[in-house]
Design a protein around this ligand. Structure first.
Ligand SMILES: NC(=O)c1ccc[n+]([C@@H]2O[C@H](COP(=O)([O-])OP(=O)(O)OC[C@H]3O[C@@H](n4cnc5c(N)ncnc54)[C@H](O)[C@@H]3O)[C@@H](O)[C@H]2O)c1
Ligand SMILES: O=c1ccn([C@@H]2O[C@H](COP(=O)(O)OP(=O)(O)O[C@H]3OC[C@](O)(CO)[C@H]3O)[C@@H](O)[C@H]2O)c(=O)[nH]1
Length: 392
C-alpha cells in the first residue's frame, strides 16, 4: 500500500511530492520491478509504455487494486508512435529502459541493436530537452568494454591492481573490440547515446541521470526458451542456466566460463533507482554505476553455485557432470566477443545517494531459483514429458 507523501522525505529531509513518471520499457524485467516498487511504496503516478505488458499485468488488473488509477499502460512502439511526445509532456520525469539488450542479438542483429539503443532513443532525448523534462536513461556497464588489465600478460602482477580493472564512471576508458566483432554494436550505441545526453546537459541545460547497471538479476528476467519465449531464443545467462536446470541438462559454459561478472539483486538495485527518482538535486548530471562489487564470480563459478542452489530449492539431485564447455562461435555465432571482468567502483553512488547493495549472491540465487522452480517446473515437465522428483 502506498504510504502518504507527507510521511516520506528525501535524503535531505525534504518532503517528497508525488510526481508523474513516463516509463518507457516498463513491461520489461527492470521496468516491472520498478513499477511494483513505485506502486507499493510511493504515491507517484506511472505512465507505463511498452509493446508488452505480461510482466506488469498483476499491477494493472483488477480495478480494485489499492493503486488503481496510479498506473496506466500505453501499448506503443517508440519507433513509430506520435503519442510519445504528448506522454513525455504529461510527465515530470521520463525513464527510458527500452532496448534490445540480450548479447545473442548484438552480433546476429547488429542493425536492430544499433537502431534500438541509439536511433530509437533519440526522440526521447529530444522531447525531454525541448520540453524541459528530466530524463533518467538506462545505459549499461558494457560501455566500459574490456578492462585495461586484460591487455597485460596473463601472469602480470599488475592484473591484481584495481587501477587496471576497477570501472570508474569519470575515469575509465571505453575499450571495445574491432568492428567485425559485432558484439560491441550494443556498447557502442549505448556509449553514443550517453554522450548525446551528456551534451544536451552541457549545451542545453537538460537535467539527466545515466544509470549503468552491472548484471542485475532476479525473478522475471528474460524468458525460458520453449515455455514463455521462442525455443531457439538465447536469453541472458540467468535464464540460460535456469532453462538448463529446469530441463535437467548440463549448463553450457561459453569458452570455458572464465569471464567474470558481479551480480546484484534486482530488489537492491531498484532501491538505488528510487533514490535517483526522489533526489533529483543529488542525481542530476551524474552517471551512476549500480552493481554489487562483493558478488564477483567467474561464469563457471556461477554455474556451480546455481546447480547447488537449484538442487536445494527443487529437491532434485544435481547431474554428475553439471556443466559442458561450448565455443562462443557455436553458442553465439560469428562476431561474438566478451567483457573479461566487471567490478563497479561505488564512490559516486555512495557519495551522492548513500546507496549500497545488501544481498549476497547465494541469497539472491536462492530466492530467484525458488521463483524459477515455482513458475516453470510444472510447465517444463509437460514440455519434456518426464516427471520431476518432488521435494523430500
Ligand atoms: N538487466 C540488466 O542487468 C541490465 C544491464 C545493463 C543494462 N541494462 C539496460 O536496462 C534497460 C532495461 O533492461 P531489462 O533488463 O529490463 O531488459 P528487458 O528486455 O526486460 O526490458 C526492455 C523493455 O523495453 C521494451 N522495448 C524495447 N524496444 C521498445 C520499443 N521500441 N518501444 C517500446 N518498448 C520497447 C521491451 O518490450 C522490454 O519490455 C535496457 O536499456 C538495458 O540495456 C540492463
Ligand atoms: O548459457 C550461457 C549464457 C551466457 N554465458 C556467458 O555468461 C556471461 C554473461 O552473459 P549474459 O548475462 O548473457 O550477458 P553479459 O553479462 O555478457 O552482457 C549483459 O551485461 C549487461 C547487459 O548490458 C544487459 O543485461 C548485457 O549486455 C558471458 O560471458 C556469456 O558468454 C555462458 O557461459 N553460458
Amino acid at each position: 500500500m502506498a504510504s502518504s507523501t507527507s510521511t516520506r522525505v528525501d535524503l535531505d529531509g525534504n518532503p517528497i511530492n508525488a510526481i508523474t513518471i513516463c516509463m518507457i520499457g516498463a513491461g520489461g524485467f527492470i521496468g516491472s520491478h520498478l513499477c511494483e516498487k513505485l506502486m507499493h511504496e510511493t504515491s507517484h503516478k506511472v505512465l507505463a509504455l511498452d509493446v508488452y505488458n505480461d510482466k506488469i499485468k498483476h499491477l494493472l488488473e483488477p480495478d480494485t487494486l489499492p493503486w488503481h488509477g496510479r498506473i496506466q499502460f500505453h501499448r506503443l512502439n517508440i519507433k513509430q508512435d506520435s503519442r510519445l511526445e504528448g506522454l513525455i509532456k504529461m510527465a515530470d520525469l521520463t525513464i527510458n529502459l527500452a532496448a534490445i539488450c540480450t548479447p545473442a542479438d548484438y552480433n546476429t542483429r547488429p542493425l536492430d541493436t544499433i537502431y534500438s539503443n541509439f536511433i530509437d532513443a533519440l526522440p526521447v532525448v529530444k522531447y525531454c530537452s525541448e520540453n524541459n523534462k528530466r530524463l533518467i536513461h538506462f545505459s549499461t556497464c558494457e560501455v566500459y568494454g574490456k578492462t585495461i588489465g586484460s591487455f597485460l600478460p596473463k601472469d602480470s602482477p599488475l592484473r591484481q591492481d584495481p587501477a587496471y580493472y576497477l570501472l570508474k564512471e569519470d575515469e575509465s576508458p571505453c575499450i571495445f573490440g574491432s568492428i567485425e566483432k559485432q558484439r560491441w554494436s550494443y556498447a557502442c550505441a549505448k556509449q553514443l547515446i550517453e554522450r548525446l545526453i551528456y551534451a544536451e546537459g552541457a549545451e542545453n541545460g537538460m537535467d539527466f541521470t545515466i544509470v549503468r547497471p552491472f548484471n542485475w538479476i532476479g525473478p522475471r528476467m528474460d524468458f525460458i526458451p520453449g515455455i514463455d519465449g521462442p525455443s531457439e531464443g538465447v536469453p541472458r545467462v540467468l535464464a540460460c542456466f535456469s532453462n538448463n536446470l529446469l530441463r535437467g541438462e548440463p549448463l553450457k559454459l561459453v569458452d570455458g566460463g572464465q569471464s567474470q561478472r558481479t551480480f546484484v539483486y534486482i530488489r537492491d538495485a531498484i532501491e538505488a533507482v528510487l533514490l535517483m527518482i526522489e533526489n533529483p538535486a543529488r542525481a542530476n548530471r551524474h552517471i551512476f554505476n549500480v552493481g554489487n562489487p562483493n558478488n564477483e564470480v567467474t561464469v563457471k563459478q556461477l554455474a556451480e553455485m546455481m546447480t547447488q542452489v537449484y538442487s536445494k530449492v527443487s529437491g532434485e539431485p544435481s547431474l554428475e557432470s553439471p556443466t559442458i564447455d561450448v565455443s562462443s562461435k557455436e553458442f553465439y555465432g560469428e562476431g561474438y566477443d566478451d567483457s573479461d571482468k566487471r567490478i563497479p567502483d561505488m564512490t559516486i553512488i555512495n557519495k551522492q545517494l548513500g546507496w549500497n547493495p545488501k544481498t549476497s549472491l547465494w541469497d539472491l540465487l536462492e530466492s530467484t531459483l525458488t521463483y524459477q522452480h515455482r513458475t516453470y517446473a510444472e510447465a517444463m515437465k509437460k514440455v519434456i514429458g518426464k516427471p520431476l522428483a518432488s521435494k523430500a
